[in-house]
Design a protein around this ligand. Structure first.
Ligand code: AKG
Length: 194
């Protein structure tokens, strides 16, 4: 007798496979590490995100290489600060990239209702690793495919990390729709030396 496979036995193709070069890991930091880190982040001198006169509704604090007025990254001689080093060590281990290759750190504060529009980080940023704190967000990716957009998305949970490298960084754009509650992200970027 042949048995019909039940619905649950059938392989289910992922509806939106994540782009090549994108990786995600839940639980990179512990709840206690998250509390300690957030207490430190709350003391930072955040400034509204500004680019070429455009003001975003999120606030940022940058360390290491900085974005110049034209949007390109500029060497400052400053390293990633000590209070971010334990997090950077975990992020580097997750990515498999050398700690020293991360030369830029950006802490972003998204109040409820803040998000980030579609964009692609430009060179010399090579790989971007981000840690989410306090509340989840939908991390969306898209790339043009003929006239249509190919899309993917993942929920970035608090305490998780993601890595965008390869095509997921260079060929895909990413964005985060308005978050429902306060979220911090700490993103680290590797920078190609000229
Ligand atoms: O908040 C995040 O996780 C993403 C931040 C981002 O896309 C950026 O800084 O370019």
């Amino acid at each position: 007798m042949t048995l019909q496979p039940s619905l649950f036995d059938l392989p289910i193709a992922p509806r939106n496979p994540l782009p090549e070069g994108f990786r995600y890991q839940a639980g990179l930091v512990t709840p206690q590490e998250e509390r300690d880190l957030v207490a430190r982040l709350e003391t930072l001198a955040f400034a509204p995100y500004e680019h070429l006169g455009y003001l975003g509704n999120r606030r940022v604090a940058a360390f290491g290489w900085r974005r110049g007025e034209d949007g390109t990254m500029v060497e400052t001689g400053e390293g990633v600060p000590d209070f971010l080093q334990p997090l950077l060590a975990k992020v580097a281990a997750f990515t498999g990239l050398a700690i020293e290759s991360f030369r830029h750190a950006l802490v972003t504060e998204y109040a409820a209702g803040a998000g980030i529009g579609w964009h692609r980080d430009r060179p010399p940023a090579v790989a971007i690793a981000g840690v989410s704190l306090l509340s989840p967000c939908t991390f969306r990716l898209r790339r043009k495919s003929g006239e249509a957009w190919e899309r993917a998305s993942i929920t970035a949970e608090p305490r998780s990390a993601y890595l965008m490298s390869g095509p997921s960084r260079s060929a895909w754009q990413h964005s985060i729709p308005p978050v429902e509650a306060l979220r911090y992200s700490v993103t680290f970027r590797t920078v190609a030396r000229p």
